[in-house]
Design a protein around this ligand. Structure first.
Ligand SMILES: [Zn+2]
Length: 506
């Protein structure tokens, strides 16, 4: 094997454990996002797990070491580890899966169909392959599926097209599958890509697709999911449309091995320069399937995000708070989905709150908006919470529990009211409309009082009756009055509103 810059991933290079067909949970990394390694074999082929287990462990350890080296020992891929051996988290928890098709059937398929068939078989077993819950991508070593001649494409990995840099990137989703196709009977599963080269190139290439590499927007994209800056795990002449001069690669990194992003400018850079492509677009180094190197053998769970439901009035600022979010290991930051598209539009660092102002005339805001928070923990795992928030137009509320009042109290201190609105001036109007016994034929009276209402604050007050009216009302034992409140808009985007309440005085 070719030597790479060494960075210890803490994974052993030979395997120890008991062969299993289901997820082993007695030692595990919990529900953190993980890459689940699967050894699969055709229905009529021998299960060669015992013969290949050390090679599989070494291949996974090589991938983890290579990514760690590319990240300056900051992080690597979080594989599902944990077996029934001492130092259990040094060993990959490999699941063995018998495929429904025969070797001949699988080998006769075109590679995209073969990949799809294997993917389907793996996802059908997802319940058994993931017993602790949480996100999983799958790295499937599909034995005896590579045809002896013809198209010897070595594997296929799912790559979502999504260059957005936030944790809502589709590659952070669940259940993306990477396959490599093995040769039946080959003691190293698959021949190295060139004599002496590293077989871990194959799965590292496919699994990196599931981490979202290479996006079409990348500076050296082939336009077909790869790149042209050799020597690089993800670069090769794939015939994509962005190739210059007839589809040739260029050797930018003159290395004896395939770099994990030559020059760190197309798909993976743990610390990209500010403003560079990988700082402003999706960067596989930000994958939720990566773990800080010091925590790749530490179990945990994603954050539990919680978002309080504020009161929101159109045109008035309100604050979203995710302060009640929790995590078992420690929260690292908050990011916000302000248009309910699953992507996060704004980050507030470690501050769990965000101030917003919506107006009911804001394009796309029609009275009800869905807002979300993503809480990210120190393990790079994401928890989400969404709320549905009515953005009320400016409005007034009047009366409340004060619609029945004592006549004696009203005479002494006035008719009480409570009112709220969305900011603006509220003019309170009181009209004595009738008496119960219909003996008082008072003309409608306007007893006006105006107050400027701060948004979202409920005000209470009294409207005092004028002495002349009090005198005329003296004989009444019961009285019904009508009170109305009119909101006069202050700001653009607000509108007038009127509410009325009947108040009975006894
Ligand atoms: Zn590829």
């Amino acid at each position: 094997m070719t030597a790479h810059a060494a960075a210890a991933s803490q994974l052993a290079t030979t395997w120890c454990g008991t062969e299993r067909r289901t997820d082993y949970t007695a030692s595990s990394l919990g529900s953190l996002p993980q890459v689940k390694v699967v050894y699969a074999y055709p229905s009529d082929a021998p299960d060669r797990f015992n013969a290949l287990k050390d090679w599989l462990q070494a291949d996974v350890a090589a991938m983890a070491d290579r990514v760690a080296a590319a990240a300056g020992s900051a992080e690597t891929i979080r594989f599902d580890v944990g077996t029934d051996c001492p130092s259990p988290l040094s060993y990959v928890d490999i699941a063995v899966l018998q495929l429904p098709q025969t070797a001949a059937q699988l080998q006769a398929m075109a590679w995209p169909d073969r990949g799809a068939a294997i993917r389907q078989a793996v996802l059908a077993q997802a319940g058994n392959l993931n017993l602790t819950g949480g996100l999983r991508h799958y790295a499937v070593f599909a034995d005896d599926t590579l045809p002896a001649s013809g198209d010897r494409t070595s594997g296929v990995g799912e790559r979502p097209t999504d260059a957005s840099p936030d944790p809502g990137n589709l590659s952070n989703g669940d259940g993306l599958v990477a396959n490599i196709f093995g040769e039946g009977g080959n003691p190293t599963f698959i021949p190295p890509p060139s004599p002496g080269a590293d077989t871990s190139d194959y799965m590292l290439h496919e699994i990196t697709h599931t981490f979202g590499a290479v996006q079409e927007a990348a500076p050296h994209s082939s336009g077909a999911g790869h790149c042209y800056d050799e020597q690089d795990v993800m670069c090769y002449p794939d015939g994509g449309p962005y190739f210059r001069a007839g589809g040739a690669t260029q050797t930018v990194c003159n290395l004896p091995f395939q770099a994990y992003d030559c020059n760190g400018d197309d798909y993976f850079n743990f610390a990209p320069p500010a403003g560079s492509y990988l700082a402003t677009h999706w960067n596989s180094a930000r994958s939720t399937y990566m773990c800080p190197l010091t925590r790749c053998q530490t179990a945990g769970a994603p954050p539990i995000a919680r978002l309080a439901i504020p009161s929101a009035w159109s045109g008035a600022p309100f604050t979203l708070s995710a302060a009640a979010s929790t995590d078992d290991a420690g929260l690292a930051g908050f990011t916000w989905d302000l248009n309910y598209d699953g992507h996060f539009d704004q980050t507030t660092g470690t501050n769990p709150s965000l101030s917003l102002t919506y107006k009911d005339q804001t394009p796309g805001v029609e009275g009800l908006v869905k807002l979300g928070v993503g809480a990210v923990d120190i393990d790079g795992a994401l928890g989400r919470a969404y709320i549905q928030l009515p953005i009320r137009p400016p409005n007034v509320f009047l009366g409340g529990t004060h619609t029945q009042q004592k006549l004696r109290t009203a005479r002494a201190s006035g008719i009480s009211y409570s009112v709220y609105g969305g900011g603006g001036t509220v003019r309170i109007t009181l009209t004595v409309s009738s008496s119960v016994k219909r003996r008082f034929h008072l003309p409608s009276r306007t007893l006006a009082t105006s107050r400027v209402l701060p948004a979202s604050i409920q005000l209470a007050g009294h409207v005092k009756l004028k002495r002349a009216i009090l005198n005329r009302l003296k004989p009444a034992r019961s009285l019904r009055v009508r009170m109305s409140a009119r909101l006069t808009p202050l700001g653009a985007g607000e509108r007038a509103a009127t509410r009325a309440a009947n108040i009975v005085l006894r």
